[in-house]
Design a protein around this ligand. Structure first.
Ligand SMILES: [Fe+2]
Length: 179
């Protein structure tokens, strides 16, 4: 298996996203002269591991290989969907198939979209509300609903990044270069 550069952007938090050098347009409107990235993160606590967002369809294998490079045979416990658009959520069906024990974490609106777009089973989905948190073991994910920040279901979350990094992730931060 190929070895990837998987940067640990803060202790226990890894960028497992994808560089898509060849994409030239987004939403049939936004030019991408240098391509783009699909930003997904792996957060490892002492007890649980969460994948924050996934990647555009077509890049599932690379995403999975990067995850395996970090966690090996350890289970992936949560797949967090911050936003339902395919550049964030398009790999959810494959990830849920590969990680049968993982629970999809999203809001009530997000769960409906995940069922429509990605056939995410309700029994494998855990709905969180504004202010909820999930403990990973020394790391806590805190969820903040932000409807219509972009799409109706959009929300963001906080994780304990070091002070040298952004203290939160917001949907649709897009850059032609990695993180
Ligand atoms: Fe979006």
């Amino acid at each position: 298996m190929k070895t990837y550069n998987v940067p640990e952007i803060s202790e226990g938090i890894y960028w497992v996203g994808i560089r898509d050098w060849n994409r030239r347009i987004f939403d049939a409107l936004i030019p991408l002269p240098q391509g783009t990235t699909y930003n997904a993160y792996l957060v490892r606590g002492k007890e649980k591991t969460a994948l924050i967002d996934t990647v555009n369809p077509g890049f599932e294998r690379e995403l999975e290989e990067k995850i395996a490079q970090v966690i090996g045979e350890a289970p992936l416990d949560y797949i967090v969907m911050n936003h339902a658009e395919p550049d964030h959520a398009g790999a959810i069906p494959v990830m849920m198939e590969l990680h049968k024990g993982a629970r999809l974490i999203t809001t009530e609106k997000g769960a409906k979209m995940a069922q429509i777009y990605y056939k995410a089973p309700a029994e494998e989905t855990r709905i969180v509300k504004d202010g909820d948190s999930i403990e990973l073991g020394g790391k806590t994910l805190k969820f903040i609903e932000a409807p219509f920040l972009h799409w109706p279901e959009t929300w963001s979350m906080r994780a304990p990044l070091s002070s040298a990094h952004r203290p939160y992730w917001a949907e649709c931060i897009r850059s032609p270069r990695t993180p």
